[in-house]
Design a binder for this molecule. Structure first.
Ligand code: SF4
Length: 231
């Protein structure tokens, strides 16, 4: 039993802090973020990219060349066999990273002991999640975040600044909530339009987050590590 694989990035130096890694993209995501760059990975019934066995052969060929594997998506926490797959990878000597939007606290609890690093998407204020992201539940996301903070696993929280999903005022409030929860590393990511998009927000609206120096300084002051990722 294993995760279903929607894609592989065989080498990255930037996705798993301090490690040479590969990314395994799990197939299927229950959410529908308007800015999703991987809509082809949303469908749980799409054709897998490769089999688990082929991935294991890839792993065996990368021993001593890679430090870690990041389970990304799609949404890894939507995969029933995530624990077994991560355990297999860990037993082969690789560190385990997870990119997640926090859709399943029970599955997160199960895999938590295997995790070395997590990149966790918080898309907007927990109270307005259901209004902004189809099929998302703010309390579920918040539960997952609380589990990660309590676990002391290395954690980066990140928010993609799409004005359809979060406003500047909401970003300010969210930053304060994350600070109160004990988040130490927070990254703001620039929204990038993609080829499937029907009504993208304007360039000016998106840029406004990054030209508000007062807002950025205020957020920066809250976190030990503050990262801005521009496209
Ligand atoms: S959580 Fe990620 S994969 Fe799922 S719809 Fe949103 S951006 Fe796409």
């Amino acid at each position: 039993m294993s995760v279903i694989i929607g894609g592989i990035e065989s080498f990255t130096t930037v996705d798993f802090p301090g490690k040479l890694a590969a990314v395994l993209f799990c197939l299927g995501c229950p959410l529908r973020c308007p800015y999703c760059h991987n809509p082809e990975l949303q469908d749980f019934k799409a054709k897998p990219f490769i089999s688990w066995q082929t991935f294991i052969e890839f792993l065996d060929s990368r021993k001593n060349l890679l430090d870690g594997i990041i389970f990304s998506g799609g949404e890894p926490l939507a995969q029933p066999d995530l624990y077994e797959s991560m355990k297999t990878v860990k037993e082969k000597g690789f560190s385990i990273g997870l990119h997640t939007s926090g859709v399943n606290p029970e599955r997160l609890k199960q895999v938590l002991p295997l995790l070395d690093w997590v990149g966790f998407d918080v898309k907007t204020l927990f109270d307005v999640y259901e209004q902004r992201i189809p099929h998302a539940m703010g309390r579920t996301v918040e539960n997952c975040l609380d589990l990660l903070i309590d676990s002391n696993v290395e954690l980066e929280v990140r928010t993609t600044l799409d004005p359809r999903v979060i406003s500047k005022q909401e970003l300010k409030e969210l930053s304060s909530i994350l600070y109160d929860k004990g988040v130490k590393t927070y990254a703001l990511q620039e929204y990038r339009s993609h080829r499937f998009e029907q009504n993208p927000p304007s360039f000016q609206e998106c840029k406004a987050f990054f030209t508000d120096n007062a807002l950025l300084s205020e957020i920066k002051s809250l976190f030990k590590n503050f990262i801005i990722r521009r496209a």
